[in-house]
Design a protein around this ligand. Structure first.
Ligand SMILES: O=C(O)CC[C@@H](O)C(=O)O
Ligand SMILES: [Zn+2]
Length: 466
């Protein structure tokens, strides 16, 4: 359905208010898409409910009318999980953006689905606490969307994914009922943990409307090291050496090409003069002088072994932040080349062999394309971005990369890895799901979806087809 009938518009307006149903072209393009930029947004309309009850009423109406809905948060997703591409109704959660019920004993806080990640991070800081899930899009992404994609980011090695911080959540199912899952309990073995099913379900089971999020103690003075390494195998040696002796907050990596792009387009300084194939970025807490001494001792050991060629260590919080930009700004910087994205993972110990195989396949397959490597190597997760040459039409580029993807995913499958480590499946990785999940698993997912959403109206076509 590309346009809503006047009767449906009137029914929706009666629920959410007259100016909260949008059907102009700009609003449809804005709320109907995400950062994937592969699919053209084509919703029938956008509604902005102001309460949980209104979300329920809109979903009940949609179920009666057999109208598909797409929940929309900060729309920073990279797998088209929040793209309305075939006349769906977009339900944008922006107005459910209040933070309440802070509980210092539990170290938890209640967030509407539309609370921006950074808003929660700032709130935690005001209470002397810390919300540790962090990534470059934290200024736009919303808690409901983070939960629906189980967002990861740059501190997973230390603090885990969004899943680890959700103490409870409320979900509006495909029939418009409200589930209150786990209610903030630390221990609750009374049956299946439906909360965990909803986390990462990409809106296919219902709409997350509220969550109780846990907070952590803030880390002490963060120190950042950027180390230049001759190859990927050395990056992994460095990881092993540091992890054996220190509790790392982060262990990220990026290639020389990624660094060149970021330095050129963001006006940043190189960390040091000598270029190396790859760079590792480590963060640790400095609790005492001994931490710094240990970090330096390990650095010297890595240099002696030939795993590190050069390095820099932050001397202030400001310097730590500017070193982080070398890694965090990569995704946004390369967006101008409409890259073909892979977000693949395997278990950490298999990473060196896994990456060697992936590297040889992509280098052979894309002799004429620029390939940018970066990611959360300490979690076994790399982002492999292939940049589109300006002269090549988008469709042809996507098709060529899609063919190579199959070879990459065959390697992923052999290594028992994942075709989507943190960005989700959405529309973008749907055809490749079987490389990571068995037919039985996908069939069980379908049955679970039917139980939550019998009419099949919740973000249909995402992850798998019914
Ligand atoms: O753009 C990408 O491929 C990755 C984006 C994000 O997950 C990151 O780690 O920066
Ligand atoms: Zn990432």
């Amino acid at each position: 359905m590309s346009e809503l009938s006047p009767e449906l518009v009137a029914s929706l307006e009666a629920i959410v208010g007259k100016d909260r149903v949008l059907s102009d072209a700009d609003s449809k393009a804005h709320y109907g898409g995400d950062w994937t930029r592969v699919y053209r947004p084509a919703p029938c309309a956008v509604v902005l409910p102001g309460s949980i009850e209104q979300v329920q009423e809109v979903v009940r109406l949609a179920a009666r009318e057999n109208l598909a809905v797409v929940p929309s948060g900060g729309r920073t997703g990279l797998s088209a999980g929040a793209v309305a591409y075939r006349g769906e109704l977009v339900i944008a959660l922006d107005r459910l953006n209040s933070i309440s019920d802070f509980n210092p004993v539990e170290r938890s806080v209640r967030c509407g689905a539309g609370v921006i990640t950074e808003q929660l991070q700032n709130f935690a800081q005001e209470q002397g606490l810390f919300y540790p899930v962090d990534f470059a899009s934290a200024g736009s992404s919303q808690i409901g969307g983070n939960i629906s994609t189980n967002a990861g980011g740059i501190k997973v090695i230390r603090h885990g994914m969004t899943r680890d911080w959700v103490a409870g959540l409320k979900l509006v199912t495909g029939t418009g009922e409200l589930l209150d899952l786990n209610r903030g309990l630390m221990k609750n073995n009374a049956g299946y943990d439906l909360r965990q099913l909803v986390i990462g379900a990409e809106g296919t089971l219902g709409i997350v409307v509220e969550a109780t999020m846990r907070l952590a103690r803030p880390p002490q003075d963060p120190v950042v090291l950027v180390l230049g390494t001759p190859d990927m195998a050395s990056v992994m040696e460095v990881l092993e050496v540091y992890q054996k002796r220190m509790d790392l907050q982060a262990f990220e990596f990026f290639s020389e090409l990624a660094l060149q792009k970021v330095v050129e387009h963001q006006g940043l300084q190189r960390p040091f003069e000598s270029p190396t194939e790859f760079y590792a970025l480590l963060e640790f807490e400095q609790r005492s002088e001994a931490d710094m001494e240990l970090a330096m001792e390990l650095f010297e050991h890595c240099v002696e072994q030939g795993w590190v060629i050069d390095g820099v260590i932050s001397q202030s919080v400001a310097q730590a932040e500017s070193l982080w930009r070398l890694r965090e700004d990569i995704s946004e910087t390369i967006a101008r080349w409409t890259p073909y994205k892979n977000d693949i993972s395997t278990t950490v110990s298999k990473v060196p062999a896994f990456l060697a195989e992936v590297e040889s396949v992509v280098n052979g397959a894309y002799p004429d394309f620029e390939i940018v490597w970066f990611g959360h190597i300490g979690d076994g997760n790399v982002h492999l971005n292939v940049l589109k040459p300006d002269a090549l039409p988008k469709a042809e580029f996507q098709q060529r990369c899609g063919e190579v993807s199959r070879w990459v995913f065959e390697i992923v499958q052999r290594y028992g890895g994942s075709v989507s480590a943190e960005h989700g499946v959405g529309l973008l990785k749907k055809d490749y799901l079987h490389y990571s999940r068995s037919a039985l698993e996908v069939d069980l997912m379908r049955q679970i979806k039917r139980a939550f959403d019998p009419a099949g109206i919740m973000n249909p076509g995402k992850i798998f087809d019914l």
